[in-house]
Structures are given as C-alpha cells and as structure tokens.
Ligand binder design. Structure first.
Ligand code: IPM
Ligand code: MG
Length: 350
C-alpha cells in the first residue's frame, strides 16, 4: 500500500514536490512513496487531467500530496478537461470536504509581510474552507446565447444543512484544541445560502459547542478585518468561494503565498489531500526559484493528519523555522536561494 502519493502536476508543481519528496525520504524513510500523472500534463499525455487510475491510486493511498495544476497552455482546453477540473474532480472524488488552511507567521518572516510587523507577528489563523460544495459545483451552470444577442452565464451557489453542519463541526473541534474561538463568514445579508449557513452554524453551536466562542461575520467585513487586525481570529469557517478568496488574503500576511500549506480532509479513515495553496505560477515555472516551503509544510500536515506521525511533523516544522531563522530565503521572500537550495536548508536543519 502506498503511504504517500505524489501528484506533481503542472508549472512549479514538480519543482516544489521534488523538495517535499527529499524531505519525506529523509525524515520518514519507511514511507512508501509513489507518483501519478495529474493536471495539464496528464491531459496532454493521457487525454484527461484526472484519469480513473490516478483517482483510484489517490483513494488507495494514505495521503496524497499535490503540487499545482494549470497554466496558460490549457486555457483553450474543453472546460471539463482543464487542469482545474481535474483538481475539482479529485477533491470530490476523494470526498475531502474540509480544507484546513493555516496562516502562520513564522517569527523570522515577520518583516516579510506587506503588513506591519506588529500586525502579523505571532499570527496563527486557521481558515476552514468548505471544499466540495457551493458555487464550485452547484447545478445548473452554463453560458447560453441570448436571442437578441449577447450571452447569459449562470452559476449556482447551493448548500444543504448536512454540508454546512459537517464543516462547522470541523471548525468547532479544531477551535477546542486552539484558542476556542470560531468566526463564521458568509453573506447572510444578501444570500439565501448565507442565511441558511448562519442558522445551521448557530443551531449546531447551541446544541453541541456552546463552550466555544462563536462570532458571525459578513465575508466582506472578514476580508477587511484580515488585513486590519488579523490576530483577532483563531478559526474562521466559510464556504468554498469565500474560503478561496480569504485564504489568499491570509496567505500574504505570512510573507508570501509560497508559505501556505493546506490539508483537505474527508470522513475519518479516508486519505487526506495535501496541497500548497499557491498555484502553478507559470511566470516562474522551470526556473528553479519557486519556494518549496508550502509543499514541504503540506507534507508536514500529511504527517500530522493522515500518517499518524505528529512527532515527525513537529520535528519538520521546527526545522523549517530554524532554516528561516538562519536566513534561508527564496526570491518571493526577498532572498536568492533556489528551490533546491531551500530544500537543502531544511534538510540541513533536520
Ligand atoms: C485553490 C485554487 C483552486 C481553487 C483552483 C486552482 C481551482 O485557487 O486551491 O485555492 O479555486 O480552489
Ligand atoms: Mg485559491
């Protein structure tokens, strides 16, 4: 059985996952590691961004570590064959509905953020993004020609009680092990899904999690508060689209999008999907300068959440922190290290 399945994917994906693999082989030599084609490169070679074989391999592994998908060369591919469609298919196929996106400001990077040091120093925010529902998947969705000229596009935002309750439960459980505070972000002032979201979260809180502090916040205000006073937050739970947007904003607080890992989890006992939240970064792909830390930290999350090796995860996290303390910086962090040299720096600290 494969412990860790790597899906390097497109753009900088192969470069950063190669460093995560080196780290994995060093810290946990007993792990069995395999790789499978995924994303645009899989479309080019096999006609699909997510083949049945790759999905089956992902479901059979203990943890899946993805690099990145997409790039300008596939912009004209049929919509259902685009690399991004492969990623959405992988998320739903694996049933990983809970996306944990931690924004942690490493002490040595407190000056790398575009925000003032005092605003981000010590930041430890966990965004819990619903990942398999909402407007990303809602039906109907289409673009149609209008008789009088012009076209009309429709997306559907849809959530059920079950979907909201299970993601809120993840947020409350996480908060109990942290600073015991949950912000639930939606647009209940204008959206039906927002209204239901608020009701379901309120109900669940009353029934089972009254010990956790809960605050509802409108998603636009959440965006503003994230850049105004991010340390007020502990856990923020939100839907698929708002979570996509708010987590990019939160990432920048930590100094660089190249620092943020994520874990997507499903039912207990099923494999988790781990991905750096940065994309394929076509502008720097192939140049060997991408920051591999988001990929390495995604592997750290895999150790913790799927591979049952929290001890190694702690060790790896500390090694990354020491590498940063020692001044290791890729260009996104204002330094000159290559992707491989950043991998070397982490390995040296291990
Ligand atoms: C992310 C990405 C993806 C998303 C894209 C690549 C489909 O932006 O993981 O945040 O929108 O979910
Ligand atoms: Mg995104």
């Amino acid at each position: 059985m494969t412990d860790l399945l790597l899906l390097p994917g497109d753009g900088i994906g192969p470069e950063v996952t190669a460093q995560a693999r080196r780290v994995a082989e060093a810290i946990a030599p007993d792990l069995s590691i395999a790789e499978a084609p995924f994303g645009g490169i899989s479309f080019d070679q096999l006609g699909s961004p997510l083949t049945d074989e790759t999905l089956a391999a992902a479901k059979a592994a203990k943890a899946v570590l993805m690099g990145a998908v997409g790039g300008p060369q596939w912009k004209d591919a049929p919509r259902d064959k685009r690399p991004e469609a492969g990623l959405l298919g992988l998320r739903t196929g694996m049933g990983v509905f809970a996306n944990l996106r931690p924004a942690i400001c490493f002490q040595p990077l407190a000056d790398a953020s575009s925000l003032k040091r005092e605003l981000v120093e010590g930041l430890d925010l966990m965004i819990v993004r619903e990942l398999t529902g909402g407007v990303y998947f809602g039906q109907p969705r289409f673009i149609e020609d209008l008789p009088g000229g012009g076209r009309r596009a429709v997306d559907t935002q849809v959530y059920t009680t079950m979907e909201i309750e299970r993601i809120a439960r993840v947020a409350f459980e996480l908060a109990r092990g942290r600073r015991n505070k949950v912000h639930s972000a939606e647009k209940s002032n204008v959206m039906e899904t927002g209204l239901l979201w608020r009701e379901v979260v309120t109900d669940l809180h009353k029934r089972e999690y009254a010990d956790v502090e809960l605050e509802h916040i409108l998603a636009d205000n959440a965006a503003m508060q994230i850049v105004k006073n991010p340390k007020q937050f502990d856990v923020m739970v939100t839907d698929n689209l708002f979570g996509d947007i708010l987590s990019d904003a939160a990432a920048q607080l930590t100094g660089s999008l190249g620092m943020l890992p994520s874990a997507a989890l499903g039912a207990p006992g099923t494999p988790g999907l781990y991905e750096p939240i940065h994309g394929s970064a076509p502008d720097i792909a192939g140049r060997g300068i991408a920051n591999p830390l988001a990929a390495i930290l995604s592997f750290e999350m895999a150790l913790r959440w799927s591979l049952n090796r929290a001890d190694l995860a702690d060790k790896l996290f500390a090694a990354v922190n020491r590498a940063l303390e020692a001044g290791a910086r890729t260009p996104d962090l204002g330094g000159k290290l290559t992707t491989i040299q950043m991998g070397d720096a982490v390995l040296a600290e291990l």
